[in-house]
Design a protein. Structure first.
Length: 705
């Protein structure tokens, strides 16, 4: 039994009406637990409410979760019986729950009297959520921020490469860099960083100015984007909802009614929770079901409903009385057979010659996903299927542009205080003080000598000390340097009983004020923004230059030819601009060549009775490396569609001269056919509607609905 069969056995699917079924979900994070109340209605995931609370140890999980489930339920008059779990990657070993955590979940459902639906790795749920939202497999670095920790997840072509959880430090960029440096087996990192979590707010600007290229193997500056709130619990719910309906969608909105009507199966469905089963991520988004409570099989029997039909008296047709003339010039009875025969001949000619039918047959494809490392080589002339090498073409372009931004740095400007100092010699030796000698007040304010000063020795029989008068300037700007007269100053490393300074008159001239200046972070942020814009322009222009080729934006190597800021670092300004010219170099390739590689790989796995629809094959390329000789190495992911082989000539013979309803029934009875659409020309009244007698007038088109 597939995972979908097992999960849907718990869930309401089918034809009879009953109240919409609601479910709990719990996401177990590093620091906090998040609960949700959710349901599925008309292919739409609806999350009614969420609640979150921190916890300090695994012993608190059940108690805190019980409180959270009460909060999300509130005063709603519903009683969810089933719960879905999201668990951290550290809880799993080879996709199985470790024994100590399995015991926690078993105790959880036992104490709270709930039925376990499944558990899913939070990382896999996030990947599935993003792929659902974006429509393509994700390639990015996901960074989840909590108060004390951050979780770094690397995803390439929708596949999980690894997860790292570390404690947060003072700088978030440095923390992420530290985590990424542990992924030593990844040659080139994805150039997109997606941040999320309760502590991610306001970090986008800070991370955009971080120096990502100094230690990490990015092809270019990564783009930073912030994802929505409550992303993890939404991902858990969407993963569960997708197992109910593969075409489910989700959007944030408030649910006004909590009890609605849905359809359920008319027959009971048996759900086996005795045996743990782990399925591949591609089939079930990393779900594991039925290994928690180890109980007896659960049989869901829908409530029987009676169908009440109103009886109506049928109106009887009254015989029509027609007076006939006894005297007629013609014998109508003789003409009737002739007329009927004529009409029959006419209809036969119409069906033979005029009626045409277009029959669209919708089939269910089989999809095979596969990935492989492919090389686009400018020196390759033909496709090498065995080595997975396709011809490439060097593409170069130079793009210029400008951008401006506001400055956010802060700096004090002003003048230092100045004044006169008397240096007193308390020794019997003379001393020379060079310009720049430091003098410090008792309050820690530093001054420097403007000029060289010399003081003679103080003789033992002298009634006064030897002194010299000189000028000093405060080291730091500001009014703090405006010290009063007679303030004592320590000179260099000398003790006060050797040499001492004393201010002569009040110091003045010290002023300061805060101004906005251009910071290094401001310049880095603007550089990253303009680089991203120019890269997009370069890709578009190269695509126009090579319309039949594919240009990967992420695979363009950039070299800054010219760069000019309107303001330097620490210049006072409210805004500044950047003019820049960048040279881009990359390798273009033909997507049909890539599809040729695809057909070679997937045809080996073609299901019996199916054929590859190469035109419907989806490809995605994630750059691994661009070498100096122009070789582009990338991970290509394929989603190949196989259509069942349909004998159209045989079908034409089966459906000719049949009514549209009869054709529909015939096609429905055939394997791998989901439905059909029939169009007749001319459009005859229903009693006369039949497909042509001549099969050459029947056109059959095979497609996917």
């Amino acid at each position: 039994m597939s995972f979908l069969d097992k999960v849907t056995a718990f869930l309401p699917l089918g034809k009879k009406e009953q109240d919409l079924e609601y479910f709990f979900a719990i996401n177990i994070g590093t620091e906090s637990l998040t609960a949700a109340l959710w349901t599925v209605e008309s292919r739409q995931l609806k999350i009614l409410s969420t609640a979150s609370e921190s916890y300090s140890s695994n012993d608190e999980i059940i108690a805190v979760s019980d409180k959270l489930l009460d909060q999300v339920l509130g005063l709603k008059e519903i009683e969810p019986q089933k719960i879905l779990f999201g668990v951290p990657a550290s809880w799993l070993s080879d996709d199985n729950l470790k024994d100590e955590y399995l015991k926690i979940l078993r105790s959880f459902v036992k104490e709270l009297e709930l039925t376990p639906m499944a558990y899913v790795s939070t990382s896999n749920a996030l990947i599935h959520f993003l792929e659902k939202q974006e429509g393509i497999p994700t390639t990015a670095i996901l960074v989840g921020f909590q108060k004390l920790h951050l979780t770094v997840t690397i995803v390439r072509a929708g596949k999980l490469d690894g997860v790292k959880v570390i404690k947060r430090g003072e700088n978030s960029g440095t923390d992420i860099e530290k985590a990424l440096l542990t992924f030593t087996d990844i040659e080139t990192l994805p150039s997109k960083i997606l941040i999320y979590g309760p502590s991610a707010g306001g970090l986008k600007s800070q991370l955009s100015s971080f120096t990502w290229m100094s230690k990490l193997s990015f092809l270019h500056l990564p783009k930073i984007d912030e994802l929505g709130q409550d992303l993890e619990i939404k991902s858990i719910c969407l993963a569960g909802g997708s197992e109910i309906n593969g075409n489910i969608s989700y959007s944030d909105h408030e649910v006004e009614k909590y009890i609605e009507k849905v359809a359920i199966e008319e027959t009971g469905v048996e759900v086996n929770t005795n045996k743990e089963q782990v399925l591949e991520t591609g089939d079930n988004f990393g779900f594991v079901v039925g290994d928690i409570d180890k109980g007896e099989p659960i049989v869901v029997n829908p409530e029987e409903h009676s169908l009440e039909i109103d009886d109506f008296e049928k109106d009887l047709e009254q015989p029509v009385s027609i007076e006939t003339e006894h005297k007629q010039k013609f014998n109508l009875k003789r003409l009737i057979p002739i007329g009927v025969a004529g009409v029959a001949v006419l209809l036969a000619l119409v069906y033979l010659l005029l009626v045409k039918a277009d029959v669209k047959i919708f089939v269910e494809p089989k999809i095979i996903e596969k990935d492989a490392q492919v090389v686009a080589d400018p020196n390759q002339k033909t496709v090498d299927e065995s080595s997975k090498i396709i011809p490439g073409q060097m593409a170069e372009i130079e793009v210029s542009g400008s951008a401006k931004d506001t400055a956010s740095g802060k700096r004090q400007i002003g003048d230092p205080a100045k004044g006169t100092v008397v240096i007193i010699n308390n020794t019997a030796q003379g001393q020379n003080f060079s310009a720049g000698t430091t003098l410090i007040s008792s309050g820690g304010i530093k001054f420097k000598l403007d000029n060289t000063a010399s003081v003679s020795a103080t003789l033992s029989d002298s009634a006064s000390k030897s002194t010299v008068t000189t000028q000093v300037t405060a080291v730091v700007i500001g009014a703090d340097g405006n010290i009063p007269s007679e303030t004592k100053l320590t000179i260099g490393n000398f003790k006060a009983d050797q040499f001492v300074g004393k201010t002569q008159g009040n110091f003045s001239g010290g002023t300061s004020k805060d101004v906005t200046v251009v910071s290094s972070e401001d310049q880095q942020k603007l550089l990253a923004k303009l680089s991203s814009d120019l890269r997009q322009q370069a890709q578009q222009k190269l695509q126009e230059k090579y319309p039949n080729k594919k240009i990967l934006k992420e695979a363009l190597l950039e070299s800054i030819a010219r760069k000019s800021y309107s303001k330097n670092i620490n210049d006072q300004a409210s805004e500044f601009s950047l003019n820049m010219t960048i040279s881009y170099k990359g390798t273009a390739f033909d997507d049909t060549d890539l599809r040729t590689i695809v057909s070679k790989l997937v045809n080996l796995q073609a299901p019996e009775g199916f054929t590859l629809d190469l035109s419907a094959t989806e490809t995605q390329a994630d750059v691994s490396k661009l070498e100096k000789d122009g070789k582009l190495i990338f991970l290509a992911k394929f989603k190949a569609k196989f259509l069942p082989k349909i004998d159209t000539d045989k079908i034409k013979n089966q459906i000719k001269f049949k009514t549209p309803d009869q054709v529909t029934d015939i096609l429905k009875s055939m394997d791998n056919i989901l439905g059909s659409e029939i169009s007749l020309t001319p459009n005859l009244p229903k009693p006369l509607s039949r497909l042509p007698l001549l099969i050459k007038n029947i056109k059959i088109e095979i497609g996917v609905k």
